[in-house]
Every structure is written in structure tokens, then in C-alpha cells.
Design a binder for this molecule. Structure first.
Ligand SMILES: [Ca+2]
Ligand SMILES: [Ca+2]
Length: 139
């Protein structure tokens, strides 16, 4: 039993001393080391902020990187492994995001006179719970 809630991301290891005492006042002590295991209690968070602006020349070749989005998650293991995807209805035939790296690339040739900006919404998911949805703007 704890007197207050525990947070692995704040303090992972706790050292406590357990004292056993008999009716005559004799006692012994034991040092106990407790390591907290992780639970998925933190969402991914885009850094440095959830809004990105990118630019790409209209003569860029297919496959060119446009920008990279990045989200961090303070949990450990699978609870911090972030995957990226484009969110409907912003799934685009013009751009794709790499699920692991967060790099947004060009899928088709551009024509600025036809369309000069695109808005994309990228989600970051920590593989357990869909926690965080953020926007990335690509122009
Ligand atoms: Ca997490
Ligand atoms: Ca955690």
C-alpha cells in the first residue's frame, strides 16, 4: 500500500526500510528496493510543437522528403514506440508519412498553379492506445 500515487516517469526506484519489532522492543530492519514497472499512462507528444510548416518546390521529384514530424513519449518499451499515419479525411494521394521515421514524402508531381498548399493531419499512436492526434501543415 502506498500513501500517494506512484509515477515511474518521475521516480523509477524507491528505497524503503522495513522495521519488524517484537513485544519486547527488539527489532530488526530490512532495506527494500522497489522498481516500478511501466504502464502506458503518457501519450505521444509532437515536438517542438504540434504545428509544422513545410515547403517543397513544385519541381521536386516523386519520393522527395518534405519534412519530418516527431513525437516523443516518456513511457518505456512498447508504451513509447510511436507510429505515424495520415488521418482521414486528410489521407492524401500527394503525400505519405513513414510510420516509423515520421518523414513526409511526395507521392506525385506538383503543380503550384493548380494547388499551392496542402493541409495534412498526422496522428502519432503509441501502439497501445490512440492517444494523440496532431496537425501537420504542409505548404
Ligand atoms: Ca505512451
Ligand atoms: Ca508510464
Amino acid at each position: 500500500m502506498t500513501r500517494r500515487s506512484l509515477d515511474r516517469e518521475t521516480t523509477r526506484d524507491h528505497h524503503v526500510t522495513v522495521v519488524a519489532q517484537d513485544g519486547g522492543g527488539l527489532q530488526c530492519r530490512s532495506a527494500v528496493h522497489i522498481t516500478l514497472s511501466d504502464v502506458n499512462d503518457n501519450p505521444p507528444r509532437f515536438v517542438p510543437h504540434p504545428h509544422y510548416n513545410g515547403s517543397v518546390k513544385e519541381d521536386a521529384s516523386v519520393g522527395s522528403p518534405v519534412l519530418r514530424v516527431a513525437a516523443i513519449d516518456p513511457d518505456v518499451g512498447i508504451n513509447r514506440r510511436v507510429r505515424y499515419s495520415l488521418e482521414p479525411p486528410h489521407v492524401s494521394v500527394m503525400f505519405a508519412v513513414d510510420a516509423v521515421s515520421g518523414v513526409i514524402t511526395l507521392l506525385q508531381t506538383l503543380d503550384r498553379e493548380h494547388q499551392d498548399s496542402y493541409n495534412l493531419r498526422v496522428s502519432a499512436v503509441d501502439q497501445v492506445i490512440r492517444w494523440s492526434r496532431r496537425w501537420a501543415y504542409v505548404k
